[in-house]
Design a protein around this ligand. Sequence first.
Ligand SMILES: NC(=O)c1ccc[n+]([C@@H]2O[C@H](COP(=O)([O-])OP(=O)(O)OC[C@H]3O[C@@H](n4cnc5c(N)ncnc54)[C@H](OP(=O)(O)O)[C@@H]3O)[C@@H](O)[C@H]2O)c1
Length: 281
Amino acid sequence: MKILITGGNGQLGQELQHLLDERNVAYEAADVKELDITNEKQVASYFAEHQPEIVYHCAAYTAVDKAEGEGKAADELINAVGTEIIARTCQKYDTLLVYVSTDYVFDGTRTSGEYMPNDPKGPRNEYGRTKLLGEEAVQKYCDKYYIVRTAWVYGQWGHNFVYTMLNLAKSHDKLTVVSDQIGRPTWTRTLAEFLTYLIDNKIKYGIYQCSNDGQCSWYEFAKEILKDKDVEVLPVSSDQYPTAAFRPHYSVMHLAKETGFKFPQWEDALQKFIKEIDNNL
Ligand SMILES: NC(=O)c1ccc[n+]([C@@H]2O[C@H](COP(=O)([O-])OP(=O)(O)OC[C@H]3O[C@@H](n4cnc5c(N)ncnc54)[C@H](OP(=O)(O)O)[C@@H]3O)[C@@H](O)[C@H]2O)c1
């Protein structure tokens, strides 16, 4: 099968490449320079030349706070318009589209339990709104698709919370981290394995959710990241760190265990990741 990864230089795009390399699976990975998903002509000629049979659509605008202001137009163009272009082109070429989305498509008002894939939507920030427009375009135009929602993503290739905490710990002996936002961290490795699992196991097309299992606050996440470091981590309320974009106090999505995929516990995934980056330093 001919595979294309959009947003190939992003943290998920690079993890997927790493995973496919390990498995000796051939693919093309393109980032904005080679394939700007907002450029309809470029997308059309790329598909005509490469004829991908599977697209892992990892290209996205991911600056959640900037999307509320200076990045609003770019966010809409990349996440909504760009995804619609990819969806329509995939349908034209009978290509399977794997679209990665977010828990921010929900309204974030739950205080317990899990968001199910078909629960009512109600995004409360711009990024969530445009990712939902992307989901709707995929559902409208494509017959063959997986929409996979995820959250709190970290991995080897990219800027993320784990690297931020590890870096801050080098110059601080005390860190304060918000303890009133609960979610499920996601190692890009788990997410990449899940995306390929759906295809390899011919799981029914549709909407799925993937993170590591368990749940925690950002404070608990930071404590686990820094458990072997000489730094004190203290809990604070999110009022102390106001952000431009709305963030829910509780956002735990149901994981697609019915597919048979084994979702590693978040602490285990994190410790494996930390060991991997330690070995690579
Ligand atoms: N990170 C998270 O916590 C999180 C949470 C939930 C869902 N997701 C979703 O997971 C997916 C992967 O996220 P990620 O963390 O890997 O994001 P990322 O690291 O920001 O990667 C996105 C990639 O897309 C590229 N890109 C931007 N505009 C493009 C365009 N017009 N054409 C082609 N490529 C373009 C970016 O290039 P530049 O860097 O050069 O702009 C970047 O390489 C996304 O769909 C994201 O919405 C992420």
